[in-house]
Design a protein around this ligand. Sequence first.
Ligand code: HEM
Length: 395
Amino acid sequence: MLSQKTMDIIKATAPVLEVTGTEITTKFYQMLFDAHPELLNIFNHTNQKQGRQQTALANAVYAAAVNIERLEAILPAVGKIAHKHRSLGVKPEHYPVVGEFLLKAIKEVLQDGATEEILQAWAEAYGVIADVFISLEKEMYKEAEAIEGGWNGFKEFIITKKVEESSVITSFYLKPADKSALPSYLPGQYITVQLQIPGENYTQNRQYSLSSAYTPDYYRISVKREDEQDPNGTVSPYLHTNLLEGDSIFVSVPAGDFYIDVNDQAPITLISGGVGVTPMYSMLESITQQNSARPVTFIHAARSQAVHAFAKEVAALADSLQNGKSYVVYEQGDNVSDFTGYLTPEILKQIVDQQSSFYVCGPVPFMKAVINALAEIGVPAEQVHYEFFGPAIAI
Ligand code: HEM
């Protein structure tokens, strides 16, 4: 328990963090990786290069600091982060290391502003915040091992099949090398895959949504090939080009808090942009298998027909539902989509049931546009759920 004085110092200095937060966390990561390069085996190097992880960590620490007297307010955000930490193998022993360098970075950026008293207060507050993460993650590690077929850390899988779903998206069917049955997951959850790419000094980890309903036989992910010149294009070109059927890949137990309750009967609207279709497909397929009377509206936006994955499959699944509807919006004009251009508030107003719950996944600009559009047509924010690609920076 923090003393009142400590909490007062934290609250008084939190606004400084809001202004200098990203500067502090950028410095923090530089110092952390200089001293502990082995941690680059856990962190996503692309997120680092683009500053996304720095912003995410700064936002999280700031949110924790302003809520220091009632940390329960940030528990939903902690849950999302803890899922990711668990899927990547972040352990209790990593927390003091991160804490040490976070304090060093605060000191270096704030200089004379960082008095001993302030640093002491932040050290104590970090300890309390870290404990919240550590205890939640401890439970998650236990669950990952206790679930039928579960395991600890990363396990070897074999790519048994690759299927081209569009000109840019390929599905990978993954089976455990030891041929064991697979733990179940909730539609919308993801796995972390770990790769050792030749020529790279550290392992690369990426999260990919599971793109089919659960089956004990395989996990399926569907990956968009990013351009090799793009900062995001390290892992996906390697997966697409170099990894072949029969090759191994390492996988951790499914994770994530973006999922639906398949037994719920209430109307649901699934909206995706581009490769954001992957968790939506898993949700749609799960509903058709387990709850086919549920009213479902599936909306997908893609640049064009050529890059549109699962077009036929989605249409067939929506048809098999008693109350299923599916719509396609292509940015580039043609006469095969239901709408051309962007998914606007006008289109949404025309086709969605505003009482339904909404699940949205896609690139950040798409998500921003859809979330704003839903607000504009009067859908309350509590009905809207979304999943980001990459670290959850503020929308
Ligand atoms: C991801 C916060 C401790 C490793 C994240 C994210 C946040 C965050 C906000 C982004 C979540 C997302 O992707 O949606 C924190 C806070 C911590 C903490 C507040 C301390 C209280 C740690 C520790 C480690 C760690 C001790 C391990 C050394 C990671 C990694 C990611 C991540 C590897 C994935 C993102 C990437 O690779 O770019 N954390 N974290 N974190 N965190 Fe932490």
